[in-house]
Design a protein around this ligand. Sequence first.
Ligand code: KG4
Ligand code: ZN
Length: 335
Amino acid sequence: MRILAFESSCDETAAAVLERKDGNITVLSNIVASQVAIHAKFGGVVPEIASRAHSEAISGITYEALDAAGLTMNEIDAVAVTSNPGLIGALLVAVNFAKSLAYSYGKPLIPVNHIKGHIAANYICHPELKPPFIAFVASGGHTSVVRVEDYRSHMLIGATRDDAMGESFDKVARVMGMPYPGGAAMDKLAYEGKNPMKFPSAAIRDDSLDFSFSGIKTAVLNTLNQMSQKGEEIPRADIAAGFTKAAVSSVTTKLGMAFDRNSDMKALVLAGGVAANSHLRAALEQFTKKRGLSLYMPELRYCGDNAAMIGAAAFFEWDAGNLADVSLNAYAYSV
Ligand code: KG4
Ligand code: ZN
C-alpha cells in the first residue's frame, strides 16, 4: 500500500510518499519546504504569513514528492493529511488540498493527529518498535507525556501548562540575540558553558506529570535584565548550559514519575522537534539505561515537522478504518 501524506500544521509545508509491504514501512520521498527564513524576520511564526506560504508551496512539493518517489497519482492508494492540532489557517491549507486531490482521483482520505505523527516517526526509524510504551513529545507547540497503549490508543498523562519546551528554547535564544528558531543554536552553545547558571525546574512540584516552562524562561529574562543593567557581560554559553540543564532534568524528573506509575511500560519513545536536542538525547540514554528501559529516538531528519511521519501514522489509521470524506475539517486542538 502506498500513501501520499501532507503536513502544514505550523511553518513547514511537507509532502511524502510511503510504502508498506509485509508490515515494513519505507519512505519513498520526503519533501519539506521550510518557512523558517520568512518567519525569522519576525522572531516567530506569523500565522497568516504561514497560511499564505503553505498555499504557495503545496502543489509544487506534491509534484516533487511524486517525482522523487518515481510515481504518479494512479499508483497512490490513499491520501493522508494532518487535520489537528496546529495553527488553524495553516492546517486548512493541506486539509483542503488533500481533500481535493483525494476526491478528484477517487482515493481514500486519512486524517492524522500531528502528535501521533511525531510518535510514528519512530516506526519508520525502528521497524522493531511496537506499543505499548511511554512517549515524550516535545516541539515548538507541544510538550506531552503519552501512554501509548497501541498504535491508535494514546492517553495524555502529562503536558505543559504554559510554554512548550521548544518554544522556551526559542524564546531564551531570542533574548540572547539568536535568530528564530534558536533551539538548535542553543544546543550547540550549551557545550561552551563551563559554569552552567542555576535556573528553576520546569517540572511542576506536585504529583502531576505536568511542566511549566514559562518560569525558567522568566528567570533567564530576569537574569539577563539584571546583568545588562549592571553593565555586566552576558555569559550566553553559561545561560544556555544552565537553561538546558534545568529543562532536561525537569523532563527526567517527570518521566521518572511516569515510569514509576506505569510499571507495565518498558520502553521510552522520544519525538518532536526538541527530540533533536543532543543533551536531551544523552540524558534520556542514561535515564533508560539506569532503569533498564529500551529507548527509541527518531533520526534527526524525522524529529522536526515532516510528512513522512504523518504517512507512517496513517497506515495505522487505515488499518482501523479511520477514513474521512470531503467534510473533513481541521482543528486547532487535539482530537
Ligand atoms: O516539531 P517541530 O518541527 O514543530 C512543531 O511542531 O512545533 O519543532 C520545532 C521546535 C522549535 O522550537 C525548535 O527550536 C526546536 O523544535 N528544536 C530544538 C532543536 N532542534 C529543533 N530545540 C532544542 N534543541 C534542538 N537541537
Ligand atoms: Zn510538530
